[in-house]
Design a protein around this ligand. Structure first.
Ligand SMILES: [Zn+2]
Length: 439
């Protein structure tokens, strides 16, 4: 993911500095690992003038310092682990020249976690002037810091829990082709992009509603241990401007531990129905198939919405309910019909197969996977045919106002406002500093 991208970019030979412009994307990809940054995914339309570089060489007189004796000299170094690295290859880059140390690190039980080197993490060493290892430290895959030290009786190892800290990252971007193309170019990790789509999934159908020029900003957590990046966390606040409509969401957890995403005025982002039954993923995000493109004029005749998607794409139920029918049915092929409260029903047709254990009468929760896109029944290509009925009558779900989930109560409102205000201010800041917005 993004971590690999960082590494790959870092591994690339650095080109001659032709212009400032050339180095932009690299800076965007690298910066998020070092703290809070605002990255802008979309470049301004104008390409900056190349910057002429000048090299200034100056002689600076240094005060005379007595050279330390070789025995006293100690070197502190750190190296970032690359894909394919072994303990030996990293030690070589760290200029560790110590056969005993290598033998110990390759054999000792206590340092087993070194066998699983995680690309992107760092190994730090202290060596003596002759290259012999004095100490080594590494944040291992269990999230513990391994210390190896050299003593009178040879090497020994210990582990401890590192100091963890939370970083808050923020970024924004603009849709040109797909959500993932935009988040990639803004340096936003995939799991954050997926959360973004999930948070707004009751308001925006990410398969059909996205338009070129849509914009987003996102504030999210990252976790670090002793300054080493260990993983991305939750989205804390986000804004999505879809076809001119502004949607904003902020994360809130109450004192009972219940949590979710809300609008700034405390309404629940989660509605009774999801906008799309197709699970959003990197594969489906850029998928277009003009044959199944929505033609709203034919809604009345067609009585459903067709989603072009690759065979096997996961189909999820759009609201809580129970399975009313599952099996083959004429032109529908493999079809699942789900009954929801208040006389609503949804229908999912042409499936290649159903989820294991799904059967008539079973309860299903919103977002649960019903089956997979296929081309069973009367079809000319793989797609999902989705119908929405109210009291037995076909309806266009696009036109229905869906009842929302529970809002923030009046009692919780003060604490909600207090805790979410800083997260919303960050969105304001991103919006005001977004270079992409030249309008
Ligand atoms: Zn259809």
């Amino acid at each position: 993911m993004s971590l690999n991208k960082y590494k790959i970019l870092a591994q690339k030979p650095v080109p001659e500095p032709r212009s400032l412009w050339y180095h932009w994307p690299v800076a965007i990809a690298v910066l998020p690992f070092f703290g809070v940054v605002a990255a802008f995914g979309i470049a301004p339309d104008t390409v900056p003038e190349p910057v002429e570089l000048q090299h200034v060489v100056e002689d600076i007189a240094l005060p005379a310092v007595p050279a330390p004796s070789p025995e006293e000299t100690r070197y502190w170094r750190e190296e970032r682990i690359q894909r394919g690295d072994t303990v030996a290859s990293v030690l070589a880059r760290l200029n560790v020249n110590d056969a005993d140390a290598l033998a110990y690190l390759l054999q000792a039980k206590d340092v087993r976690s070194l066998y699983q080197l995680i690309p992107g993490r760092t190994i730090r060493v202290v060596t003596a002037g002759d290259g012999s290892l004095e100490s080594l430290s590494y944040l291992n895959s269990d999230g513990r810091r391994l210390h190896v030290t050299s003593g009178a009786s040879g090497f020994s190892a210990s582990e401890e829990l590192p100091q963890t800290e939370q970083w808050v990252m923020q970024s924004s971007g603009q849709i040109e082709t797909s959500l993932f193309a935009a988040t990639d170019s803004s340096g936003i990790p995939e799991m954050v992009a997926l959360q973004l789509a999930e948070i707004f999934s009751s308001d925006i159908d990410f398969h059909r509603d996205l338009r070129r020029g849509d914009r987003f900003s996102v504030v999210y957590e990252a976790l670090a241990a002793d300054g080493d990046f260990v993983g991305f966390g939750r989205v804390l606040s986000a804004e999505f401007v879809n076809q001119g409509h502004i949607f904003r969401a902020v994360f809130f957890r109450d004192d009972q531990g219940r949590n979710g995403y809300y609008t700034p005025d405390g309404r629940n982002m989660r509605k009774a129905f999801l906008r799309s039954p197709i699970e959003f993923s990197r594969v489906t995000s850029g998928f277009t198939n003009s044959r199944f493109h929505p033609v709203l004029k034919t809604w009345r005749a067609h009585k459903g919405i067709d989603y072009g998607a690759p065979v096997g794409t996961r189909v999820r139920v759009t609201a809580d309910g129970y399975v009313k029918f599952i099996g083959r049915k004429g032109g529908y092929g493999n079809v699942a019909i789900v009954r929801h409260p208040n006389g609503y029903e949804t229908l999912y047709a042409h499936l290649s197969g159903f989820s294991q254990g799904l059967r008539q009468g079973r309860r299903v929760a919103q977002g649960e996977i019903l089956g997979f896109v296929g081309s069973t029944g009367l079809v000319t290509g793989p797609h999902l045919h989705y119908e929405f009925h109210v009291n037995g009558i076909h309806q266009n779900p696009m036109r229905l106002a869906m009842p929302p989930g529970p809002p923030i109560t009046a009692q919780l409102r003060p604490i909600f406002d207090e805790t979410t205000q800083p997260l919303l201010s960050r969105l304001d800041m991103l919006r005001n500093t977004d270079l992409a917005r030249l309008d």
